[in-house]
Design a protein around this ligand. Sequence first.
Ligand SMILES: Cc1cc2nc3c(=O)[nH]c(=O)nc-3n(C[C@H](O)[C@H](O)[C@H](O)COP(=O)(O)OP(=O)(O)OC[C@H]3O[C@@H](n4cnc5c(N)ncnc54)[C@H](O)[C@@H]3O)c2cc1C
Length: 327
Amino acid sequence: MRGVGFTEMTVRDGRRMSAWQSFVAPILGHPALTVTTSALIDRVVVENGRAVGVEYLVDGERQVARAEAEVVLAGGTIGSPAILLRSGVGPAAHLRDLGIDVVADVAGVGENLHDHPLISVVYEAKKPLPAGTNNLLEAQFYADSAGWTGAAPDLQPLFLHLVYPAEGYEMPEHGYTIAAGIVAPKSRGTLRLASADPTVPALVDPRILTDPYDLEALCDAIEMSREVGAQRAFDEWREREVAPGPDATSRDDIRAFARRSVGTYHHQAGTCRMGVDELAVVDPRLRVRGVEGLRVADASIMPVVPSGNTNAPSIMVGEKAAELILG
Ligand SMILES: Cc1cc2nc3c(=O)[nH]c(=O)nc-3n(C[C@H](O)[C@H](O)[C@H](O)COP(=O)(O)OP(=O)(O)OC[C@H]3O[C@@H](n4cnc5c(N)ncnc54)[C@H](O)[C@@H]3O)c2cc1C
């Protein structure tokens, strides 16, 4: 993976394709498929240790869908653990605090939350940029931070054909961004419920940069991004570096910028981690520990976020789940 390349995309005939467009829309008329939109899943219905359906709200009205074979949750890294917790599957003490009956004491639900932290090194352009030719996230490079010995690289700076704002800075009208990202973060956060009410958002504590490695790796990525941005190839376009800006000269300045302006690359993973240990939430066949007939199939099952962007890997989790279920 090391080196520079154009961004890979999920496209067909020049149009970006979502999982819905690719997998569901083509079979909408299938008699075995019912699609209900605007449905908020409250919880999985568990009877005698077995998942037999889901309870959900549509326009505030409570409904139940019964499952003949099994229930598969695909609510994502934020949604799936929240549904499990409301279903009584999670750390027993937390469930009791919320008045939720414990169905299975699974300590790992909502643990291991992590993401790819990202921060924008922003440039003002001398003139308006022409239209992008890719998806505006035009190109990226993979590299190693100082001392990194992993098989895959741990840094992923991106070239964005637009101003991707850096928190705390005034943004120019015309510009471009080299966003510094780290893809092997060590910090881990948590997801907990604030309430048993499904309309109340979950409590998400990402604990970004709590591991010192993450901060230093992010600083390495920022320095690389600035080095790229200062190259002569950009002379025609670069008016000035806006963030972190010319005043950021020392490593401590870069650290301060990292802490001030770090954001998310939206690649959250890990809250229903797959594994065979006590903290695992699903087994290697994606079955939830302690409940029969229940699987999770989304980015939440990833034990460790992949080094690349997470959309295609999430789709692969879905395809693997289908194979396991059919098998
Ligand atoms: C702004 C943004 C940009 C991104 N860009 C890229 C990119 O360029 N490339 C890339 O590879 N990845 C990208 N990602 C990441 C990628 O989209 C995710 O990793 C991927 O979609 C995760 O898939 P998933 O199935 O785990 O969860 P999701 O795709 O989030 O699907 C979960 C679904 O469950 C629904 N849901 C959750 N809880 C409930 C509930 N209680 N009741 C009913 N429904 C519920 C949600 O509404 C959602 O539709 C981006 C993400 C974001 C947010």
